[in-house]
Design a protein around this ligand. Sequence first.
Ligand code: CDP
Length: 231
Amino acid sequence: MNKITIAIDGFSSTGKSTVAKRLAKHLGYTYVDSGAMYRAVTWYAMKHNFINRERFDVDSLVSHLDDIHISFVFNKDVGFAEVYLNDENIEKYIRSLEVSSFVSRVAEVSEVRSQLVKQQQKLGKVKGVVMDGRDIGTVVFPNAELKLFLTASPENRAKRRFSELVKKGDAVLYDDVLKNVEGRDYIDSHRKDSPLIKAEDAIEIDNSNMSKDEQFHVILDIVNRKLKENA
Ligand code: CDP
C-alpha cells in the first residue's frame, strides 16, 4: 500500500501527539513531534539566559542557531523517539510549564521557524510520516495527503495537561496551566509568520467529548479511507 504523509495541527494540548504516536505505531510510520523541536530551542535559550521573565535576547538566540543540533532517537522502552539537543537527551526537561511559558515567544521568531521547517521537511522527505504541530498542513507539508485539525475547549485541554503534569510529579496549579494554554493559543494564532490556522483542506475534529481511544478510532477510520483512495 502507498505510504502517505499525515499532518496533524491544532491548539495546545488537544492530544495531537498522543494520537499521532499511536497512529504511527499502528501504521509502521515515523512520528515527528515538531513542537518538541521548538521546545528544544527554547530549552537552549533558557540555559544560555537568552530568555527569562524579564527579557528575550532574540539576536543572541538567532546568532547561535547553528550551534543547536536537534535529533530524535527511538527509545524502544517508551515506544517513541526522544528528542536530543546536541547529543543530550532533553526529553524530561522540555515538557515543563516553565518551558511552555516561553516556547510560543521563541516560535514567533522567523529565523527559528525557517531553520526548523527545513529540518522537518527533511525528516518527512520519505513518505510514511505522521507529524504534529501548528503549521504542518499549511507550511511544512502543504501537499500532505491527509491533514487533520484538532480542537477542544480550553478548559478540557487545560484539565488534560494539568493531570499529565501532576502525574509526572510537577507542582503546578490548574489556573496557571489554563492561563498558559490560552496564552499560547493566542500567540500561536496571531503571530506574523505561519500562524496556527486550519488548512483549507484539513478535516476538523473537536475531541472535547472523546476519550483517547474514541479519538484514535475516529482518526484511524479517516486514515484508512484515505489509504484506500491512494492505493
Ligand atoms: O503539546 P502542546 O500542545 O503543549 O504543544 P507542542 O506541540 O509541544 O508545541 C509547543 C509550542 O511550539 C506551541 O505552543 C507553538 O508555539 C510552537 N510550535 C509551533 O510554532 N509550530 C509547530 N509546528 C509546533 C509547535
